[in-house]
Design a protein around this ligand. Structure first.
Ligand code: UDX
Length: 436
């Protein structure tokens, strides 16, 4: 099938490449000429494992090309909208300007029977509004098909999703949309991927509800960590024990410095704002608490570090391990790790931060921090070590080797990623989150 993907950021670039990998004929379109130029030579402008390989192979097979001209969408039967919906500056709601602009620019190039498919995360009610615009301005129709990919596993999550959701119009328009989407996702459907066919509002809500649930799970265990900290309990054992209950499950019960990234934080805030607009603010008021618990955990890591350094935080060397919001990503949007590094620097500490992938993005936002590519240089002479992103190389750090480099053997494990017994045996003072 001929497909256009409008918006070649994180979501769009992965989606375009994955669709081409599945055998479709894809054009990726973006207004950002620099981004398109990079993609066109097979180099994604961000780090995502497996993406360069899929991108290059699809381009070599002639199934994937990129353009800055929206007119190149003409001739495709299905047009995915994969533009960003960031948090509005100074507010909590989602900024829909890129979604609106992409639909407006696409409208003149749509033909009868075309299907526009929204993938961006939007406030509930957006699809119904866009469907009216599309139907009034062309013979095309709209479906909403939310994306659940995780950074670091984005290609795999797109090619083999754990479920598919189609929000479609009632009647024949919806049947036509379902047929086209079934053709696009034939490989996943053949592998028995669960499929939910529903209305626009449900499809939009599935996405925000899923992210709200995940955020709630993380803040729940982080709230338990706060209680563990004043009672001497161990939150990691608590998580294991409650996680064995199949109704609860152990995943997303990792207590630590909290969640970040381009989705969870902004999505729960936008959901709260939308619910308030709908007169149902109280239904999701708990999400404000989820956000507050999450932000308190960053403060906790800063406080533990300052507590360990005592009055000498000013000019003390703090080695910060990790900058991205999670491992296997170079994304520093709303990153707890970067936030902790910036706060410690603000208190006068001499922060040196390292990360396998996220130094360039961090430097662009916070040039006042010192960065090092070398773990050894980062640790050398440190008065405290703060682990804030659990990259495998930090998780498996040898406490004896690290101890031979630092000045003071104090470690603050902001991800509960280290083995306290091994670190203490090597002479370290170990501080975890929610662990004695
Ligand atoms: C998330 C959703 O998982 C995905 O389905 C959606 O499409 C986009 O948002 P992503 O932002 O890539 O994906 O990251 P995810 O793996 O969900 O992690 C989010 C944050 O939660 C990270 O900062 C991570 O470190 C943190 N986290 C995760 C925890 O603090 N504890 C956990 O147990 C799990």
């Amino acid at each position: 099938m001929r497909i256009s993907v409008i918006g070649c950021g994180y979501l769009g670039a992965v989606h375009a490449s994955a669709m081409a990998e599945l055998g479709h004929d894809v054009v990726g379109i973006d207004v950002d000429a620099a981004k398109i130029a990079q993609l066109a030579i097979g180099k994604p402008p961000f780090f995502e494992p497996g993406l360069p390989e899929v991108l290059t192979s699809a381009m070599n097979n002639g199934r994937l090309r990129f353009s800055t001209d929206i007119a190149d969408a003409a001739g495709s039967q299905v047009h995915f909208i994969a533009v960003g919906t960031p948090q509005k500056p100074g507010g909590y709601s989602a900024d829909l300007r890129y979604v609106d602009a992409s639909i407006e620019s696409l409208l003149p190039h749509l033909s009868d029977g075309d299907l526009v498919v929204g993938k961006s995360t939007v406030p509930v009610g957006t699809a119904a509004r866009l469907a009216e615009l599309i139907e009034a301005g062309s013979g095309a129709s709209l479906a909403w098909n939310p994306e659940f990919l995780r950074e670091g596993f984005a290609v795999q999550d797109t090619i083999s999703p754990d479920r598919l959701v189609y929000g479609v119009a009632p009647g024949s328009r919806g049947e036509h949309a379902t047929e086209l989407l079934n053709e696009i996702y034939a490989t996943a459907l053949a592998a028995d991927t669960p499929l939910v066919i529903t209305d626009y509002a449900t499809a939009e809500l599935v996405k925000v509800a899923a992210n709200a649930f995940l955020a709630t799970k993380i803040s729940f265990i982080n709230a338990m960590a706060e209680i563990a900290e004043v009672t001497g309990a161990d939150v990691t054992q608590l998580a294991d024990a409650i996680g064995y209950d199949g109704r609860i499950g152990r995943r997303f019960l990792g207590a630590g410095v909290g969640f970040g990234g381009g989705c969870l934080p902004k999505d729960i805030r936008a959901f709260t704002a939308r619910a308030e607009e709908l007169g149902r603010g109280e239904s999701v008021a708990f999400l404000k608490e989820i956000d507050k618990i999450n932000l308190r955990r960053r403060q906790r890591v800063v406080d533990l570090t300052v507590g360990a350094l005592g009055a000498s935080v000013y000019n003390a060397k703090v080695a910060v391990l990790g900058l991205s919001f999670k491992p296997h990503s170079d994304d520093v949007r709303d990153s707890p790790a970067l936030d902790v590094a910036v706060q410690l620097r603000g208190l006068g500490a001499d922060v040196v931060a390292t990360d396998p992938q996220a130094i360039d993005n961090s430097r662009a936002r916070h040039p006042q921090l010192q960065y090092s590519q070398s773990l050894e240089d980062t640790l050398q002479g440190a008065d405290a070590v703060v682990l804030v992103t659990e990259w495998p190389e930090f998780r498996h750090l040898d406490p004896v080797w690290a101890g031979s480099l630092v000045k003071t053997k104090t470690v603050i494990d902001g991800r509960n990623a280290l083995d306290p017994a091994a670190w203490r045996a090597a002479g370290w003072t170990y501080h975890g989150l929610g662990r004695p």
